[in-house]
Design a protein around this ligand. Structure first.
Ligand code: GDP
Ligand code: IMO
Ligand code: MG
Length: 420
């Protein structure tokens, strides 16, 4: 049985905290896509920790954490992160397992990401520059190196072949940065990677499922950044939606049980691309300030706006969401009036559907107003104490998106969550 936790917006919905919260109920936590572009924040013993490659269940001693075949893995980031979690007494050699089919991000992937973004100029995607796009291109282009290749005697020659191919592309981009130090740390990190548990993951996970173990699949990014259904081309390069769990871990659709979708009580996006309910004003600035909306991976300020129910309903449909977890509700504590986007006005026509092209048309959000609760909710522990105005806000959302909000997160801490 596999449950899923994934983002319903443009990423950074608070997946890390939520996975960490639910982890004790599961035997295995498995990342199924994305790579070090992810930044999942959680608090361990009151200390902030940001995970990029390792699943967010790593701080629970008895939980197995899996990096699935659908992930692209930067060995350098992984090594750094393993060192950081070891400081908490976590033995990654015991509870981290990596699929032999996981694709490796090599230094020239990062260089290509940078060169490609530079070449795009104004129309750049706003990539995290971690090499994600180029690494997935080599996967679908059937050139990639995979973790299981590490022990192959031809690994180095395969690497040199790929590097040369990349060099030609970099020359075309007139990219002249010296990346020899990147290569040095890359090879050092590969030696470390060889000491970890590399497994035939699809058998590993399915055997565990057959033995009655419970698996939680952890998504990265968000549904609106999905390569097929997101705001293309301002997306990431993987399938972030629940369908990606099957291809990213090797489990059948029949195994998927609960799909828990995480959304903020408002909306943010980092990087370029359409964002119909964006607030380019003092209210947006206030959301950014109170919500501390700065990227966990790149530190960039996140763009902020009201919750977009058109996009959220779309995400619930695509993912088959069975329950919604609403995070950062406390960030709205200070607002007297709240708004939600209920439709898009495109050239004078209103629609409740996400259009094919969002970046080439002007989308005006149709907004509905709600009274804010205007009180401190951060210490609330149960549904009965939540303000009536918050219930009105949530009930409207439930009805619109056709999926129930089951948890409200009211602070970054592990214990700050209310079951409604
Ligand atoms: P992820 O990528 O989905 O895991 O989200 P990030 O970690 O990138 O960003 C979420 C940010 O919001 C982190 O700084 C979290 O510590 C914080 N956070 C998560 N849930 C809550 C919440 O309910 N309230 C507040 N105020 N902060 C939260
Ligand atoms: P988590 O898992 C928010 C965005 C980037 C950029 C676009 C493409 O923390 O929610 P990429 O590096 O994938 O080529 O970037 O996607 N992006 C994210 N935004 N949260 C993330 O991950 C993101 N991962 C990528 O900002 O706009
Ligand atoms: Mg994040």
């Amino acid at each position: 049985m596999v449950d899923v936790i994934l983002g319903l917006q443009w990423g950074d919905e608070g997946k890390g905290k939520i996975v960490d919260y639910f982890a004790p109920k599961y035997d295995i936590i498995a990342r199924f896509q994305g790579g070090p572009n992810a930044g999942h924040t959680l608090y361990v013993d009151g200390k902030k920790m940001v995970l990029h490659q390792i699943p967010s269940g790593i701080f629970h001693q008895n939980t197995i954490n899996v990096i699935g075949n659908g992930v692209v893995l930067d060995p350098v980031t992984l090594k750094r992160e393993c060192d950081a979690v070891a400081a908490y007494g976590i033995d990654v050699k015991k509870n981290l397992f990596i699929s032999e089919r996981t694709n490796i991000i090599i230094p020239t992937h990062r260089a290509l990401d940078k060169a490609s973004e530079l070449a795009k100029g104004e129309s750049k995607i706003g990539s995290t520059l971690k090499g994600i796009g180029p690494a997935y291109m080599d996967k679908t282009g059937r050139n990639a190196l995979r973790v299981g290749d590490l022990l192959d005697k031809n690994f180095t020659s395969q690497y040199i072949k790929l590097r040369l191919k990349h060099q030609k592309l970099l020359d075309n981009f007139h990219f002249i940065e010296d990346i020899s130090s990147w290569e040095e740390e890359f090879f050092e990190a590969l030696e470390f990677l060889k000491t970890l548990n590399v497994v035939n993951c699809e058998y590993f996970i399915n055997n565990q499922i057959s033995a009655g173990k419970k698996v939680l699949a952890e998504g990265a990014q968000g549904s609106m950044l999905d390569i097929d259904f997101g705001t293309f081309p301002f997306v990431t390069s993987s399938n972030t939606i629940s369908a990606g769990v099957c291809t990213g871990l090797g489990v059948s659709p029949k195994q998927i049980n609960e799909v828990m979708g995480v959304t903020k009580a408002y909306c943010t996006r980092v990087g370029g691309g359409p964002f119909p309910s964006e607030l380019d004003d003092a209210t947006g600035e206030e959301l950014r300030k109170i919500g501390n909306e700065f990227g966990a991976t790149t530190g960039r300020p996140r763009r902020c706006g009201w919750i977009d129910l058109v996009a959220l309903r779309y995400a619930c449909m695509l993912n088959g969401v069975t329950q919604v977890i609403m995070t950062k509700a406390d960030v709205l504590d200070a607002f007297k009036e709240l708004k939600v986007c209920t439709a898009y006005n495109i050239n004078g026509k209103e629609t409740r559907e996400v259009p094919f092209q969002m970046s080439r048309v002007k989308i005006e959000p149709v907004l509905e107003s709600f009274e804010g609760w205007n009180l401190d909710t951060t210490q609330m522990k149960d549904a009965a104490s939540l303000p009536a105005t918050m219930n009105t806000y949530i009930n409207f959302i439930n009805k619109y998106i056709g999926a129930p909000v089951k948890y409200v997160s009211n602070g970054p801490g592990r214990e700050q969550i209310v079951h409604v």
